[in-house]
Design a protein around this ligand. Structure first.
Ligand SMILES: *[C@@H]1O[C@H](CO)[C@@H](O)[C@H](O)[C@H]1NC(C)=O
Ligand SMILES: *[C@@H]1O[C@H](CO)[C@@H](O)[C@H](O)[C@H]1NC(C)=O
Ligand SMILES: *[C@@H]1O[C@H](CO)[C@@H](O)[C@H](O)[C@H]1NC(C)=O
Ligand SMILES: *[C@@H]1O[C@H](CO)[C@@H](O)[C@H](O)[C@H]1NC(C)=O
Ligand SMILES: CC(=O)N[C@H]1CO[C@H](CO)[C@@H](O)[C@@H]1O
Length: 349
């Protein structure tokens, strides 16, 4: 039982499920590698699902065992108490007054205390294991990814305004947003979940950049304790398809607000337009300030990402113009139960 639990924990950890940095390893450079990475994640999530049913079974067995043990524990305790009381001299004996009891009584007393201490320890371990299993089961079964934002390039609708609040640039819907790119042809699509960010137990946020129906870059962020803007930061980065971007990377911009009309901007440094190097940029619509060629490539908004798995110099053509950006939140609505309280019965004292 404990082995199964540890096994599950290791699976959860190795899949980035427990906010682990599970997406940034390896020397992945090509679209094929990124697809493989995403497929790998999907498959491991499916494996996880199948372990859940196994876990349910283990859990019900363990609960039954605990219930049986509790009954045995109660009757053993009763028997020991009765036996002890029946012994000559024990009736008048007090725990703190050894002179008042005979040796047999003291030994029995000692034995009873030890047996019950051991029982209590076993009972405590068992109930802890059950609580952990309930917790794991609960976390798995109540955790989901929900798409909350879908932005199309070139539709003339500001991405940052659409993200920020309901306005004429977007359609706000309740619940999950569709991943179908045709939905944002005229306006960006947002979920009202964004407006109640702190009420949804968001523990992770995922940004996926699409080109021609495939994810060409992805970023994972911590969502705990964030608001709808500050999750997008270097400090909250959990993983990405870029191998040269981590929480310890040097950046001059890493925020939704960015600078001027460069939003969702992840940039390493400025060096005059040709030397500017970065990973992601949403060129938004209101822009008057356009110092670089990459600031006026096509009809706004447009999405520039570095190709492959490393930062790029956009001005030298090291970029891909993406079609859509999808943002999803991972939520955990788990209210984890404590099925059994630790046994603390005392027989003497
Ligand atoms: C618990 O006790 C019941 C009845 O005594 C028995 O049928 C069952 O197999 C026991 N369960 C476990 C897990 O020991
Ligand atoms: C112990 O004492 C109780 C009464 O206090 C009595 O009913 C019981 O039979 C005794 N048990 C033994 C094993 O002597
Ligand atoms: C977001 O909208 C609020 C008003 O709802 C406004 O005060 C704020 O400046 C906007 N933030 C950005 C970054 O556009
Ligand atoms: C986009 O995908 C379609 C099929 O899904 C394919 O026919 C087309 O060649 C792709 N275009 C590019 C530029 O990759
Ligand atoms: C639960 C909650 O606070 N819901 C609010 C989420 O935000 C929308 C506005 O977009 C409100 O209408 C809801 O009441």
């Amino acid at each position: 039982m404990l082995q199964l639990f540890l096994f599950l924990l290791s699976i959860l950890q190795s899949n980035g499920f427990l906010l682990d940095n599970g997406h940034s390893t390896g020397n992945r450079g090509t679209q094929r590698d990124i697809n493989a990475l995403l497929t790998e994640e999907r498959q491991s999530r499916q494996r996880l699902e199948s372990y859940v049913s196994e876990l349910y079974h283990e859990l019900s067995m363990t609960k039954q065992m605990a219930s049986n043990l509790t009954k045995e524990y109660q009757s053993l305790k009763k028997a020991l108490q009765t036996d002890w009381r029946n012994m000559s001299g024990c009736n008048s004996a007090k725990l703190t007054d050894e002179s008042n009891a005979d040796q047999c009584c003291i030994e029995t007393q000692y034995l009873i205390n030890n047996v019950l201490t051991i029982q209590d320890n076993i009972y405590g371990l068992l109930s802890q294991a059950i609580t952990d299993m309930e917790d794991t089961k609960c976390k798995i079964s109540s955790s989901t990814w929900t798409a909350v934002f879908l932005a199309c390039a070139n539709n003339g609708q500001s991405v940052i305004n659409s993200w920020n609040a309901s306005s004429s640039t977007s359609t706000t819907i309740n619940g999950a947003v569709t991943s179908d790119a045709s939905a944002c042809r005229l306006k960006q699509v947002r979920s009202s979940l964004i407006d109640n960010w702190s009420k949804h137990n968001i523990d992770q946020v995922k940004v996926e950049i699409y080109k021609n129906g495939s994810v060409i870059a992805a970023f994972y962020f911590n969502g705990l304790g964030t608001n709808h803007f500050n999750w997008f930061s270097k400090e909250n980065l959990l993983g990405t398809t870029y191998t040269d971007l981590t929480r310890s990377s040097t950046v001059n911009y890493f925020s939704i607000e960015g600078i001027e009309e460069r939003h969702f901007y992840i940039n390493e440094h400025f060096g005059g337009c040709p030397a500017d190097e970065g990973w992601l940029l949403v060129r938004d619509v209101t822009g008057q300030v356009a110092p670089c060629h990459f600031d006026h490539l096509t009809k706004p908004p447009y999405f520039i990402v570095s190709p492959g798995n490393k930062k790029g110099r956009f001005e030298s053509g090291q970029y891909i113009l993406a079609d859509t950006i999808e943002i999803s939140v991972h939520t955990n609505t788990c209210k984890c139960p404590s099925p059994i309280s630790v046994g603390t019965e005392q027989i003497i004292g």
